[in-house]
Design a protein around this ligand. Structure first.
Ligand code: CU
Length: 234
């Protein structure tokens, strides 16, 4: 009995380590460049570690059972009749329920924090049309740009609109994603935390040119941003 448990645990550890390496060694998500995406990635890792443990436990039991209790090739007998195990059934109902509730709570906290408007947010309008993005900065002047420029460290409040079909605004490194829908205004908040160049993509199939509906996003220092705004005004 003791030996069996040690073997079972050993199998579980080996599988768990292997799966954990797959989770850690590959870069599954774009590198975060915003506070909002950091929080989203926290949920991702929470769910990932939960899955690694559950997978290791289930796979260990399966592998151990196949190894120890496999019937010999000539054994055609029916297995012994087994009645349910109440304790086990309560456990495998309660544990997933607790995990799903925990995941729900963590997600709800992140969703509400990512939708919080901070003082001094920069207003940016993102207009989607087949097949280009246009950006406006209504508080800063009457101009349009095809390039999205944001100052680092300052929250940007995006308002999305579409002139034709449904598009979806997404900068993978900034994490937040929102549909641009004709007739309604949608909103997201993004707080860039490092400078760099990123891609703006449309992530809602919107017609033949959907794949080309891309723009450049630049996160710059506040001084560079002010200078860029000056250039746009003139
Ligand atoms: Cu589109």
């Amino acid at each position: 009995m003791r030996k069996g448990i040690v073997q079972l645990v050993a199998i579980g550890v080996v599988i768990g380590v292997a799966v954990a390496l797959v989770a850690v060694l590959f870069q599954w998500l774009p590198e975060s460049a915003s506070e909002e995406f950091d929080r989203i990635q926290d949920i991702y890792w929470f769910a990932t570690w939960m899955s690694v443990v559950i997978f290791a436990v289930v796979a260990a039991v399966v592998v151990y059972s196949v190894w120890k209790w496999r019937v010999p090739p000539d054994d055609d007998a029916e297995g012994p009749p087994i009645h349910g195990h109440t304790g086990l059934e309560i456990a495998w109902t309660a544990v997933p329920a607790i995990l799903v509730i925990a995941l729900g709570i963590v997600s709800a906290v992140v969703l509400s924090r990512n939708a919080e408007e901070k003082e001094g947010a920069l207003e940016v309008r993102a207009l989607g049309q087949q097949f280009a993005w246009t950006f406006e900065y209504p508080e800063l002047g009457d101009f349009e740009t095809g390039e999205l420029v944001l100052p680092v460290g300052r929250q940007a409040q995006f308002t999305m609109e579409s002139v034709d079909v449904i598009h979806s605004f997404w900068v993978p490194n900034l994490g937040q994603k929102m549909d641009a829908v004709p007739g309604i205004e949608t909103e997201i908040f993004v707080t860039p935390k490092r400078t760099g160049e990123f891609a703006v993509v449309c992530t809602e199939l919107c017609g033949l040119g959907h794949a080309t509906m891309r723009a450049k996003a630049r996160v710059v220092t506040p001084a560079e941003f002010d200078q860029w705004i000056e250039e746009q005004r003139t």
